[in-house]
Write a protein that binds this ligand. Sequence first.
Ligand code: F55
Length: 835
Amino acid sequence: VEASIPEPQRAAWKKFTPKPFDTAEEFNAEAVRHIETTLARSMYNCDEGAAYAGTALAFRDRLVLDWNKTQQAQTFKDQKRVYYLSLEFLMGRALDNAMLNIGKKDVAVKGLSDLGFRMEDIISQEHDAALGNGGLGRLAACFLDSMASLNYPAWGYGLRYRYGIFKQEIIDGYQVEVPDYWLDFNPWEFARHDITVDVQFYGYVSKYQDDDGKNVSFWEGGEIVQACAYDVPIAGYGTSTVNNLRLWGSKAASGEFDFQKFNSGEYESSVADQQRAETISAVLYPNDNLERGKELRLKQQYFWCAASLFDIVRRFKKTQRPWKDFPNQVAIQLNDTHPTLAIPELQRILIDQEGLDWDEAWSIVSKTFGYTNHTVLPEALEKWSVPLFQHLLPRHLQIIYDINLQFLQYVERNFPKERDILSRVSIIEEANPKMVRMAYLAVIGSHKVNGVAELHSDLIKTTIFKDFVKIYGPDKFTNVTNGITPRRWLHQANPRLSELIASKLGGYDFLKDLTLLHKLEAYVDDKDFRKEFQEIKYANKVRLAKYIKDTLGVSVNPSALFDVQVKRIHEYKRQQLNIFGVIHRYLAIKAMSPEEKKKLAPRVSIFGGKAAPGYWMAKTVIHLVNQVGKVVNSDKDVGDLLKVIYLEDYNVSKAEIICPASDISEHISTAGTEASGTSNMKFVINGGLIIGTCDGANIEITREIGENNIFLFGNLAEDVEELRHSHMYGTYTLDPSLAAVFDSIQSGTFGDAGAFTSLVNGIVDHGDYYLVSDDFASYCKTQDLIDEAYRNQDEWLTKAITSVARMGFFSSDRCIDEYAEMIWNTEPLVPSKDE
Ligand code: F55
């Protein structure tokens, strides 16, 4: 590339390349320049918001220079790239991460204090980028961080929602949803108005014969919506690699207005057309683990897949390589089934537009994609009705039918004696209406399918994809256990702990190689280290206690045991089990003598998380937690012994305050339902212990940290089916302690009993699908063990330190290396120093 630019231009360019700031003074010069010129604000008008903007823009300048270099180097080197397709990227705040990755935070801290600002206040000015629901979206964000940090040439592709996940307010104990308009000021995105893709919807398919007499299909008519690229730089830690996250925004194809309509006086309808186009990327669907089959959601999926594929193919075609090289140059990872349309879309491009024949095209397609499954819950498996498909994407439906035909013929040849297998594995479910099973299409169109923790990866092979294991053999299915980025979830969230670790390990190398944490075990008996570790936990709890006081007006004792469950509210995650346990504890305290009370460890039960707006049972759980809090927190008999807190609007930046402040966190899903869980990892790496079921990554966490360091309880996944069956057809006995809890609810202890009947009846009368009653005794007993263990602070501390030391496996860097090796077949591109 360098050589292709004539010498005089190169020299001129080099001469004027901006020189990034180095000192506090140079930082201030940049920040003030941005505030005065970019923002057009004067010093008298410089509040914390403006100081945030100035700081962000100063760091952004440094980031962009490395970004340009990285992208140029990746183009020049032309090796295999990874494309991570995800409808969700739950990024959180960017500034602190940018400062960590670029370096120079110390310089900015000094500079800002000269201007009269505290860095903490400036960082908290930033609005979270909340383009995701929960674990799946946050995993994508951790993966971007790791791919950049490990120098993989990788791009994320997603949607630029105007509204991210709604903001949750708790009003009178109920969840109220408020729109999250987050784009007011976003210094981290670059609108690429020159990078657009026209995306087609509706229309019909025509058939022609080309000059060689070959039948060709062509998708015509319908309407066009334009995709516009917005790029977000993703900086790696300890490297100059800056990757790209490309988010597509939708707008009307003709640009501003339909001028014909505009001129003929149909002004309103031309504005309406434009708004309809912009609706596609307007809002993130707020359901996690539930698919509701809305047309607009399918439009979002196709819009994003078509724009991304066009972009990827355009980039490949610039290299002028033959098509057969495509899978050697491009790896596309599908984050769940949401981007599955990319499979028929690539097949369509190759056959309808590039003129390849079917087999040639399919061989390319099926070598390009990998599919990650995140759930076995039946209600979360995506299905789209055939009539809707036919209407919106007629050509894709044909291609899916053709893929299905080829596949079923193959299955029939290989399993001629199996009667029912064809209907079981068909992409088309023979229901009324017929449905397209997206997970099956994803399996058939990918060369690898992975689950996200060992148990989950085993489960998908024996349940939802059992037949496919028989058809393709077991090697198509693999496991990549989830991980988290230690940069955000250890260093940024818990700077003091990170510093303490660095002081013992001789530097911050562990942030790049988390397995180095094992060296901490040598300090488990070191008095000074233990004291410092404990003080840090306490300080983090004081910080959370202050946050609780400031936001809710409730005083909690930072010496109490902080028991935390923060995650999306879902029946399978069993927040109801937790709150029933809290009520059980409350009833016990009410019955205690003063002597007994003295022996009990004070506890703060902290809940947080959003419920999907249409998920009534989840909203009922939120209501119950708040009602219990109202009663318990003002009960003089209880005092400090128990407080119940509902933290409003749980999100990434709040998680960064909460995770370092827990003693115990709850990961208590019905065994076999939580694919992995990732917050379990965030809590343990911050020196908290876990109460959990044998589910998801809890199992591997136990294996790594040792079973003495985790509080496991409850039935095993292998027994769940039989238990459910016994509820339905056997004699069902409710756990007696749980019955007492229900009595207290139904007698109105926590307000209007009628509000909670559906919650109680689901367990008492409707089969207790999530086994709350079956696990209740075991759960309460384990909570008692926790009380006892917490009384012995010395042993508790040993468990916590030992656990941190053994968490090295759960870095998302390890995940990314596994994906690269097993699925993507890609190598890092190490940036050259001299540039
Ligand atoms: C969002 C939309 C739909 Cl249609 C379906 C699912 C989701 C979603 O948010 N899923 C999700 O967050 N899944 C979680 O993925 C995590 C990362 O792999 C897992 O740790 C977690 O167990 C799983 O529930």
